[in-house]
Structure formats: structure tokens, C-alpha cells
Design a protein around this ligand. Structure first.
Ligand code: 5GP
Ligand code: MG
Length: 182
């Protein structure tokens, strides 16, 4: 597995430090008055966010619940065109709750936009988004997430939950694949 990696962008220690800081920031925000009433629900988007989620939630001392969602993407002929559909139900009754959507990476923004719009319809008390990685694509406007681990260059990355063809999720670091592994 390691031999398929061309370059490590963030090793496990750097990731652990950043996730800890992000967790502290989220925990601090959750302590504000706004959150004193109402349940807190984290909504991770499967499967890429599982490793990030597992580490992140252990930095949150609050009482939280987790409601997973799963998104299926249909890759078109062009690698950039992608149609999305929900593969699972959105956790029921998020009305009046404080919801934080958690995803592995923000790329075109379609995934977060889809989940955000569906959850907004349920009238949560608040809705925030948290991504481990945000891809910065030159000459395109920067996409918004409330919590961001790292801004990364426009490269295809794997590891720490992120896959290629469902492989490499168990790589503890985040890296760029060698072209011949693609
Ligand atoms: P978006 O909908 O923002 O274009 O893409 C988000 C989803 O695309 C992520 O949840 C992830 O599944 C996938 N994705 C986008 N860029 C990458 C990447 O560089 N590596 C991997 N492994 N998945 C990616
Ligand atoms: Mg994903």
C-alpha cells in the first residue's frame, strides 16, 4: 500500500495535531449560549469521513449523537461531472437540533450542498459544516465550510479514510498516489 504513494502531504502526527485543534475549536463553539438548548448531532458522510470522525469526536466533551448519511456518486464520462444521490436516509427529525455535517474532503462542493439542502428542510436549530480537507482549485472561488482541517492543492489524495476504488482508507497518512496506481 505505502509503495503506491508518491508523496505524503500530511503524516499521522500532523493530522492528529490538526484534528485535535479542530476538535478544540468545535468544542469551544459548542459551549456558547446558542448551543445550551438542543441536542447536538454530528452527521458524517460515509464512507470517507469515518477515520476523521472517529478521531474528531474524541475531542468533544459534549453529549452528542451521530447520524450517518451515505452518498452515492455516479461518475460520468468526464471525471469532473458527477451526479449524486443519497444512498441512505437522512437521520430523522433533526428539527430543533444543532447539526454538524462532517465530510472528508470538499472538492466541487456538490456533496456538501446536497446534504446541506436536505437537512435545512428539516429546520435544524443550527447547521454547520466540517471538512478535513478543502481542495483549492486555481481560478475558482473558494468554497465555504465552517471548519476546515487543511487546504490542499488540486491533487487526488488518499489515506485517513479517503479511498481510491475503496482502497487506501486504512493508510494512516494522507498522500498522493503514484500515477501507475490509478
Ligand atoms: P465534491 O462533492 O465536493 O466534489 O466531492 C466530495 C467527495 O468527492 C468527497 O466526499 C470524496 O468522496 C470525493 N473526493 C473528492 N476529491 C477527492 C480526492 O482527492 N480523493 C478522494 N479519495 N476522494 C475525493
Ligand atoms: Mg465522500
Amino acid at each position: 500500500m505505502q509503495r503506491d504513494i508518491k508523496k505524503i502531504l500530511y503524516d499521522r502526527n500532523v493530522i492528529a495535531q490538526r484534528v485535535s485543534a479542530l476538535g478544540a475549536q468545535i468544542a469551544h463553539d459548542l459551549e456558547s449560549d446558542q448551543f445550551n438548548a438542543g441536542e447536538i448531532v454530528l452527521v458524517p458522510i460515509l464512507t470517507g469521513s469515518i477515520v476523521f470522525l472517529a478521531d474528531l469526536i474524541r475531542h468533544l466533551p459534549q453529549k452528542i449523537r451521530i447520524g450517518v448519511v451515505s452518498v452515492r456518486s455516479y461518475h460520468g464520462k468526464s471525471t469532473t461531472s458527477k451526479d449524486l444521490a443519497l444512498r441512505s436516509e437522512i437521520p430523522a427529525s433533526l428539527a430543533g437540533k444543532h447539526v454538524i455535517i462532517v465530510d472528508d474532503i470538499l472538492d466541487t462542493g456538490k456533496t456538501l450542498a446536497l446534504i446541506t439542502s436536505i437537512i435545512t428542510e428539516q429546520n435544524p436549530a443550527s447547521l454547520k459544516t466540517c471538512v478535513l480537507l478543502r481542495k483549492r482549485i486555481p481560478d475558482t472561488p473558494e468554497l465555504h465550510a465552517d471548519y476546515i482541517g487543511f487546504d490542499i492543492p488540486d491533487e487526488f489524495v488518499v489515506g485517513y479514510g479517503l479511498d481510491y476504488d475503496d482502497y487506501y482508507r486504512n493508510l494512516p497518512d494522507i498522500g498522493i498516489l503514484k500515477p501507475d496506481a490509478l
